[in-house]
Design a protein around this ligand. Structure first.
Ligand code: GLN
Length: 307
């Protein structure tokens, strides 16, 4: 298969729709990015990689960071984690409060905001301070991506902190149900910090390879989680990785994937490769519009969907 030709074809078809959709503006710093960018990267098990567009451009990974924090927490707490966060699709927007109220402060899954905030709380239990917890998360990402050059965007972090009223509300609601152990401010600060990590599609497609290979990085041969845990993470990505559009993503793309409001999406082709796309304009569910389309074209052209 000539992956570079396929990426070139995708880019040509995608270009006319790069002006569709809307950049996330509820985090004001995210509204500053050039909205018409596009990048797509593929990394294979032998380390060979293919790219199109601005694949070296760092962007805010936002909810893609939840894949790393879920992986880290699962590797520490194993099944115990599910006492505090579920593994079912929510069928609701990523920042919704409604379900959390009638389900007594237990979030449906680790990829909606409430679930990711609980995961951050479990990491704060272990590492104690905002800085230490963030350092552990970023060191974990550095190891997984075999790249020491990972950092966060202070501007985005501060902007989200200033305007993160909904996430504060989610955290406070969970605290009222005794499902948050640490101080609300500390948890939310840590959560915003890992959401504001910046990476490129080149780096992200490299980083997610371990999930395509039963928890082992096929290039360095390092194991990060058990193969059973890798199976579970992929399952939760497939069913919950795109919030209330997870069914739509499975239907059109057919791969485990995780999006972020910064416009990035990562996806896994089990036993074969991992992919990342970036395009900041979002669809109505808060997922990259052109990015979703590009991934759909990819699985259509290559027959590499899991279905
Ligand atoms: N930091 C963002 C928020 O909490 C993450 C949401 C997302 O990427 N879907 O709103």
């Amino acid at each position: 298969m000539n992956y570079q030709d396929i990426l070139n074809e995708i880019y040509q078809t995608i270009e006319p729709i790069l002006k569709e959709g809307k950049v996330a503006d509820y985090i004001p710093a995210l509204a500053q990015v050039n909205p018409n960018q596009f990048a797509m990267s593929i990394t294979l098990f032998d380390g060979s990689s293919y790219h199109i567009g601005c694949s070296d451009e760092n962007f805010s990974i936002q909810s893609i960071s939840k894949v790393f924090t879920f992986t880290k927490a699962l590797s520490i707490y194993s099944k115990e984690l599910y006492a505090r966060v579920g593994k079912e699709p929510s069928g609701n927007p990523f920042n919704s409060l409604v379900q959390l109220e009638y389900e007594l402060g237990i979030p449906r899954n680790p990829f909606i905001n409430a679930g990711a905030i609980v995961i951050t709380d479990t990491l704060l239990n272990k590492y104690k301070t905002v800085d230490e917890t963030y350092n552990e998360i970023s060191n974990f990402i550095k190891e997984i991506s075999d790249n020491v050059d990972i950092s966060f965007d202070k501007n985005v972090w501060f902007s989200e902190y200033k305007h993160g009223h909904r996430n504060m509300a989610l955290a406070n609601l969970m605290k009222s149900f005794n499902n948050l152990d640490n101080d609300v401010e500390e948890v939310v600060k840590t959560y915003f910090k890992h959401c504001s990590i910046t990476m490129s599609t080149k780096e992200l497609s490299r980083a997610m390879l371990f999930l395509a290979n039963n928890g082992i990085d096929p290039i360095t041969n390092k194991r990060f989680i058990t193969s059973s845990q890798a199976k579970r993470i992929n399952a939760v990505m497939l069913t919950c990785g795109h919030y209330d559009a997870s069914g739509d993503f499975a239907y059109h793309v057919g791969l485990p994937g995780k999006s972020g409001v910064g416009g990035g999406i990562v996806a896994i082709v089990p036993k074969v490769m991992s992919l990342a796309v970036f395009s900041p304009r979002l669809n109505n569910w808060g997922n990259s519009l052109a990015g979703t389309k590009a991934l759909e074209m990819f699985t259509t052209k290559t027959n590499l969907s899991i279905f």
